[in-house]
Design a protein around this ligand. Sequence first.
Ligand code: B12
Ligand code: SF4
Length: 504
Amino acid sequence: MKILLINVPHIAIGSRIPREQLPPLGLLCIGGPLIDNGHQVKLLDGEFGPTSADEIAKQTVAFQPDAILMGHSGSTSAQPIIEHISKIISVELPNTFFILGGVFPTYHSEIILAENEHIDIIVRGEAEETIQILMHALEKNSSLVDIRGITYRNTENEIIKNLDAPIIKDLDANRIGWELMKPYKYSYWGNMPAVVVQFSRGCPYPCNYCGQSLFWKKWRYRNPQKFAAELAMLYREYGVTLINFADENPTTNKKIWKEFLLALIEEDVPLILVGSTRADNIVRDADILHLYKKAGVIRFLMGIETYDEEVQKKIKKAGTSSKDKEAIQLLRKHDIISLATYVFGFYNETDRDYYKGFKQLMSYDPDQIQMLYVTPHHWTPFNNEVLENKVIQLDQRKWDYKHQVIKTNNMKPWRVLLWVKMIEVLLQMRPKAIFRSLFHKDAGFRHGMKWYYRMGRRVWFHEVFNFFFIEKRTLIGPKVKDFWKLKKKKTKCMSSKDFGPDTA
Ligand code: B12
Ligand code: SF4
């Protein structure tokens, strides 16, 4: 079959501010096995440009695919964009199969199909195995009844949700379609040829606001030696120098992670690695952090999330303040940049909480910070705790952690924004942090810091300007528990007009 993989352009800052793009790993993961099964597969990456919906439609029609596969990396915030673009294309290509996958569609497959008549099938969960079975069935025009992991519309126009697919046990079994990247110049970290990779899937922790551990179900990992060899191949054959880990927690198992680090050191390739992990893993690995550095790790992001140990317990973060601080110090000792994320909006904070959060971050002294707003993803336990809270951001494209989504009872959104923006400035403009970006002995460290300052400056002004002059929000929106029901009725992305004037 002729298959087109489409990565849609996002409006989120992660896509628009850096002026460079990373490859959509999810689509490459399904593209590889499909190529090996004999299908003709092409990637259209709309993030470049960004490409307009009409241009994407034009290029798609020119390719005349039998099936269009659209996926998510920004997930929730990408869904309205996917629905919009796929609808335009479907007018021109009524006989093409429209198939979606990714985190958000996995949990909303029936709603999406009910609202979008042109979308035919949704693949739920990890898709490398399911997509091969599905494309084979579509090619042979055979029944979809027994294909696990899909939701589809049958010939009677009923929406059928088949059983979940089993998790993939061997993560090395399916090849990633790296060759699909060839038409595009992917880069990150200041124009370094870059890819996104996944050493492991899943997370063994139960943080109540995070859907990732639920999506992958169980923590699994790739063969450390094969994985290191693949990274070396990416350097040698594709000139890749920057590796961005998609893993939730690649360091979960110390022994396995150490094996990978040693295997990569053995490959002797000058790669730079950035990723996310947990602070307690860094503390646990104090004796092997020199191997992290030797293998090329330049930055780890760690979720600090809150100053308040009570909230930490409530959200089931299972971390401690002392470990967070120690992890940052340990990384610094090994010339590895620490990026601390901090989440606002968990439980009706007051000025005092913001001040305490700020003080705590100052005392931790991270090299970089990222301030986020808690987002009630439908499928997370946190969502059930805030069902009665009001939604102030009705545009789903902005459910991206960088917009306040739920109302905090004690503060107006402008006040929350001022706190967040002030904390960012005060932390990033500390003489200590600036000094490190200019005079740190490690050139890679300096480069990473300068790149982040450049990006941060753009993000900061973009967010403040958009908040006051462009974006809309409402203080009289629906409750969280009603948001998706209302959305379903409206059929298209709601605007604040649906709930009265912008009163924020
Ligand atoms: C790398 C990454 C990025 C990169 C994206 C680069 C790119 N071109 O994809 C960058 C830095 C640009 C980025 C930006 C953003 N990101 Co991001 N990102 C990630 C990260 C770390 C990895 C994504 C990934 O590659 N996963 C690995 C692949 C293999 O998994 P996958 O994409 O889910 O694909 C599998 C299945 O879902 C399915 N599948 C996926 N697509 C399709 C399509 C079809 C047709 C089928 C059949 C199956 C299928 O099959 C795949 C293989 O099994 C995840 C966290 C994570 N660990 O997943 C966050 C994550 C996806 N990002 C997130 C967010 C919020 C954003 C931003 C909105 C942030 C912002 N405010 O700017 C933006 C959105 C823009 C964008 N382009 O996505 C959230 C999404 C939350 C949600 N559920 O809505 C995540 C989950 C982080 C988190 N912890 O919550 N991101
Ligand atoms: S926030 Fe991090 S540690 Fe917690 S469940 Fe999500 S990925 Fe795991």
